[in-house]
Design a protein around this ligand. Structure first.
Ligand SMILES: [Zn+2]
Length: 254
């Protein structure tokens, strides 16, 4: 698995504690980010370099971050986040946030800030969950594709059908691979729920900047992607697989 350098996570003394505690920290970072972002806005757009300043001001430690333009070729997504991987040993040393920008690739329209709120939440979640970001870079392309095409999709799929598909794909894997993949799905769905919830900051923005042209859409895509139901399903399968693995271990070593 790739190593996570200190440029891609917060200090253990800051993030130690339960998953829930870490989630709260990521949420708090989002709130501080929002406040710093609002202070920087003077017109209907904000430069990517200003966004970097906002980010640096928000995070208590030095981490690797860049805000980049999506260009014109990534029209399937509104935005996305990726990890910076460097060196022979492939160390994860920071994050890249890709956003929709103006023609010259330098400014984000405040109108599209929902994408920003979504993607930075993925960064904050990664900073407090370094294990999850390691696993994300470790999963095989096939399993990644399965996640993208079967689990994280907008179509409504009967939960029983999805369960059968997941059981089908994990059948051929070793116990360790199975658990890794299910943990990966759990982390991914969790951070998507957080990121979509973070988009709700947009309605706050709308209240603060009444004179700006902002979208009137409601941001509640957690339901649209059926993320909570799917997370519940993954947790159930994971629990089952973990109990199987434990009893196997008992047989071997107990
Ligand atoms: Zn996302």
């Amino acid at each position: 698995m790739y190593d996570v350098s200190k440029m891609a996570k917060l200090k253990y003394s800051i993030i130690k504690g339960s998953v829930q505690k870490r989630d709260t920290q990521a949420e708090n970072l989002s709130k501080v980010f929002y406040r710093n972002f609002v202070k920087k806005i003077s017109g209907d757009q904000i430069s990517l370099s200003s966004l970097k300043d906002v980010f640096i001001k928000t995070v208590p430690e030095k981490v690797g971050i860049s805000f980049l333009s999506m260009g014109k070729n990534e029209s399937d997504y509104d935005g996305f986040m990726s990890t910076m991987i460097r060196g022979k040993n492939k160390k994860i040393c920071g994050y890249q946030v890709y956003l929709p920008t103006d023609e010259n690739g330098k400014n984000l329209k405040v109108e599209n800030a929902n994408v920003l709120f979504h993607e930075v939440r993925h960064v904050f979640d990664s900073l407090v969950h370094p294990k999850a970001i390691r696993r994300q870079n470790y999963i095989s392309p096939d399993l990644q594709a399965f996640y993208d095409n079967t689990i994280y999709v907008s179509e409504k799929i009967k939960i029983g059908e999805m369960k059968a598909k997941i059981e089908g794909i994990i059948k051929g894997l070793s116990t360790e691979e199975k658990i890794d993949f299910l943990q990966f799905c759990k982390n991914e769905l969790s951070t998507e729920i957080n990121a979509f919830n973070n988009e709700k900051l947009y309605s706050k923005l709308r209240k603060t900047f009444k004179n700006l042209k902002l979208k009137t859409k409601r941001f509640d895509d957690v339901e649209y992607f059926h993320l909570k139901d799917r997370l519940k399903l993954i947790k159930k399968i994971l629990k089952y697989e973990l109990s199987l693995a434990r009893s196997e271990n008992k047989k071997l070593y107990g």
